[in-house]
Design a protein around this ligand. Structure first.
Ligand SMILES: [Zn+2]
Length: 397
């Protein structure tokens, strides 16, 4: 991989990529994908005294040349035209836009390219050594395909960013996706590429979009063996989720030995999330980034870029969950106790549900699940089957 500059004396622990324009990625006022969660998170960090204005850097807009690293030119043209109202419903549908999930909105190309540019900004901060870690909560659009939008995602910032890291920095990327949905778009982008490793832990696709992400999706051709999936059962709780995640990431990182990691931090595996069926609590969101950071420190001299993703309870879940990424990046202990009072008073008027007033979730958050043992056991079997497959392949190499 490319050698980094020796100028480390100005290096920050972490950079937070943000501008208000990231909120322009908006399908409608009633669509579940709502980027206001970025603002809610930043405001929570500010009111907690956990971020200074010098930590915040503005995203740039990705150029067409950069988008072309992972997307078809024809698709980019259609998105540009759609944002100007020049694409018919029939034509849009061919490219996955104008659908119920991913409606057309004004200037959708510019808004989507800015989210990609934010992830590229984060990449450059880390790879050029200005920050050890960087966070772009506007990114994480993991369902975007090379020639088609899907599942609320137009351009796939992670796919573009990984291609960009390969081209500009010649580094091996491990992509880790903890969104409740399978990270299909990123997986398919690198399915043939042995120099990129993708790992996704998600609710099984049996009843959940996009339906893919089984343990047998292992890559193709030269890329066989660098795609990993850990599908967990609906109603999975913290302990089983974290056990699967920790074991999987340790195994895969030791196998692949990445130069840099990119994590997608969808916050939709929480019990409150309206779109999925997992039973996570704030406990998993406290642990996920700390484990990622430990892997980055162990294998990558720290190089870790984190992006956002899903997360549809924007009031009770996402701000606290995403704040934990920033605390982990800054090596601060996870906060406990009450949230800042002025954050609660600012937002409680707007929220349709009562806000959770503490960093922790109420305990217990839900009634005990009668099938707990069965679900835990099923996840353990899936994990051991997946690991067995991985180890067997390595032995036979
Ligand atoms: Zn999701």
């Amino acid at each position: 991989m490319a050698k980094r500059s020796g100028y480390n004396f100005m290096k920050k622990d972490a950079a937070f990529v943000f501008s208000e324009e990231q909120l322009n990625y908006s399908f409608s006022d009633t669509h579940p994908f709502n980027q206001k969660r970025i603002l809610l998170t930043l405001d929570l960090l500010r009111k907690s005294g956990a971020i200074s204005e010098t930590d915040i850097i503005a995203p740039r807009i990705a150029t067409d040349e950069e988008l072309l690293l992972a997307h078809d030119g024809k698709f980019i043209d259609i998105v540009k035209k759609a944002g100007k109202g020049e694409v018919s419903e029939e034509l849009g549908a061919v490219y996955g836009i104008g659908t119920e999930d991913t409606p057309i909105f004004p200037n959708m190309h510019e808004a989507s390219a800015l989210l990609v540019g934010g992830t590229l900004t984060a990449v450059d901060e880390v790879m050029e050594g200005r920050a050890k870690y960087a966070l772009n909560l506007g990114g994480g659009l993991h369902h975007g395909f090379s020639g088609r939008a899907s599942g609320f995602c137009v351009y796939n910032d992670s796919s573009v960013a990984i291609k960009y890291v390969q081209k500009k920095y010649n580094a091996r990327v491990l992509y880790i996706d903890t969104d409740a949905h399978h990270g299909d778009g990123v997986q398919w982008s690198f399915y043939d590429d042995p120099e990129v490793c993708t790992l996704s832990i998600h609710e099984t696709g049996r009843y959940l979009f996009p339906g893919t992400g089984t343990i047998t999706e292992r890559g193709n051709g030269k890329g066989y063996g660098t795609s990993f999936n850990f599908p967990i059962d609906a109603f999975t709780e913290d302990e089983s989720f974290l056990n699967t995640y920790k074991t999987a990431i340790a195994e895969v990182a030791a196998f692949f030995k990445p130069d840099v990691i990119l994590t997608q931090n969808g916050a939709d595996a929480h019990y409150f999330d309206p779109l999925t069926h997992l039973y996570g609590t704030m406990e998993i969101y406290k642990e996920i980034p700390r484990i990622a950071r430990q892997i980055a420190d162990q294998y990558c001299e720290g190089r870790w870029i984190a992006v956002g993703g899903g997360g549809y309870d924007i009031w009770r879940v996402v701000p606290r969950a995403w704040a934990h990424i920033w605390f982990a990046m800054n090596d601060k202990p996870a906060p406990t106790g009450p949230l800042p009072k002025d954050w609660l008073t600012t937002w409680e008027k707007e929220s349709l549900v009562p806000l959770i007033p503490t960093w922790e979730d109420p305990n217990p958050l839900y009634k005990p699940i009668p099938r707990k043992a069965e679900i835990t056991d099923k996840n353990a079997q899936m994990l051991s089957k997946a690991l067995h497959m991985i180890r067997n392949e390595q032995k036979n190499k």
